[in-house]
Design a protein around this ligand. Structure first.
Ligand SMILES: *Cc1c(COP(=O)(O)O)cnc(C)c1O
Length: 404
């Protein structure tokens, strides 16, 4: 990864910590995937939870992207910045009645149903509104995606989706209902996938179900949603080639007249983003060296939550390196960005750049320790601009203060 971003200049202009996203990189990733599927009708529905900043989502809307949403809030973000309602999918294992009703009223492409109980709720609510709910069913093909257990979703032991036999029952119910219109099928087996074989296995299982539904039950689906999950380089991962990925999916769909839907999150934004923080202090506690920076786990939780690796770079000229832990000011021992890594000796105010922070970075941030969420910056055509203000103390207390 080559830095063409002047982190120092941005730090002077906007203070630290901050997130910065390279919008041209986002365009490149989106176009790469869209092009890979060019042999067929396809819809790339960006998974908003990866990075839901309105300017990021609008940038993708302008490329023609759809949206994969896991809350009604995300659906509204998508609509707010101009993503067409017929390109919006609403997924998630625990949709509330209010969310389902609102999704039906907003007339989005489809609700991705994850259980029989949910199908029942969707039918009832659609009936109440006198609408026909367009749905897809999330099938859990029971394949091991070979990724981190927290981000693996395609095994029966996970909470996501339904098994093949349950899915069949649900399609029959939907076909026989006046208030349900089964138009799609979905599977998302996990995140940060770097092996093609589990994807191949999953799409073949699901494609066979599509054929079976057509032949045995005369149910003809229009959308084949392969979920997201394409991995990115954090360290030295060998990635799935996007053309091979698309080819594998298109081969599985041989003979079917169906639109491919793909829901990448991390692939689109992950390596567009950097989290930049500055050194406050160095200290040594019983032989152990710590670098303490102004960013913390509340800003970027992936190392604490998943033990995730992020490439870390100190911007100074010092090459006297030694092992240390890079930690934040939050009162938790879990507040670290890296443990036992070799970093140069640092001085107060040296900048530390944490790579691959564009996905599941800011969106997982919190106000823990009454720390305001940081500023977000976009770079496009070598121009920088702020796309979310740093939160102030007043922002943080606004919803409480009135009750004093
Ligand atoms: C999280 C999620 C995605 C995106 O996953 P990435 O690994 O970021 O590509 C896509 N679809 C669904 C249903 C998801 O829950």
């Amino acid at each position: 990864m080559e830095n063409k971003i002047d982190f120092q200049n941005l730090a002077q202009k906007y203070q630290t910590p901050y997130y910065v996203y390279d919008f041209d990189y986002i365009t490149k990733q989106y176009q790469e995937l869209k092009t890979a599927f060019k042999a067929r009708k396809s819809l790339i529905s960006y998974a908003i939870k990866a990075n839901s900043n309105l300017s990021v989502v609008r940038h993708l809307a302008q490329q023609g992207s759809g949206a994969d949403c896991v809350s009604i809030g995300e659906v509204k973000r998508a609509l707010k910045v101009g993503i067409a309602k017929y390109k919006i999918i609403f997924s998630g294992v625990g949709k509330t009645d209010d969310e389902i009703k609102e999704a039906l009223e907003l007339d989005i492409l489809m609700i991705n149903v994850e259980s029989e109980a949910e199908l029942h709720r969707v039918e009832l609510l659609a009936k109440e509104l006198n609408k026909e709910a367009r749905i897809s069913i999330r099938v859990n093909p029971n394949v091991d995606p070979q990724t981190h257990p927290y981000i693996s979703t395609g095994l029966h032991e996970n909470k996501f989706g339904v098994d093949i036999n349950t899915a069949k029952r649900m399609y029959i119910k939907a076909k026989n209902s006046d208030f349900l219109d089964p138009i799609g099928i979905h599977c998302h087996i996990g995140s940060q996938l770097t092996e093609l074989s589990p994807i191949k296995e999953a799409v073949n299982i699901v494609a066979n179900l599509v054929r079976n539904l057509k032949a045995a039950l005369d149910i003809e689906l229009k959308f084949f949603d392969v979920g997201g999950g394409l991995g990115i380089v954090y360290d030295d991962e060998k990635l799935i080639d996007t053309n091979e990925y698309a080819q594998t999916i298109l081969e599985a769909l041989f003979g079917l007249d169906i639109t491919v839907v793909c829901e990448p999150g991390r692939f689109i934004v992950g390596n567009s983003g950097y989290f930049v923080t500055k050194v406050l202090y160095e200290k040594i506690n019983s032989d152990k060296r710590f670098i303490i920076v102004d960013g913390a786990m509340n800003d970027l939780i992936r190392p604490s939550l998943y033990n995730a690796y992020h490439k870390i770079e100190v911007l100074n000229q010092n090459d006297n390196k030694s092992k240390c832990n890079l930690v934040g000011p939050v009162c938790e021992s879990g507040d670290f960005f890296a443990k036992d890594i070799e970093l140069p000796q640092t001085e107060h105010n040296d900048l530390v750049v944490i790579h691959s922070a564009g996905a599941y970075g800011f969106t997982m941030a919190s106000n823990y320790n009454t720390r305001g969420r940081v500023a977000e910056i976009a770079i496009e055509n070598n121009q920088d601009r702020i796309i979310r203000d740093r939160e102030t103390f007043e922002d943080m207390i606004a919803l409480e203060e009135k009750y004093l």
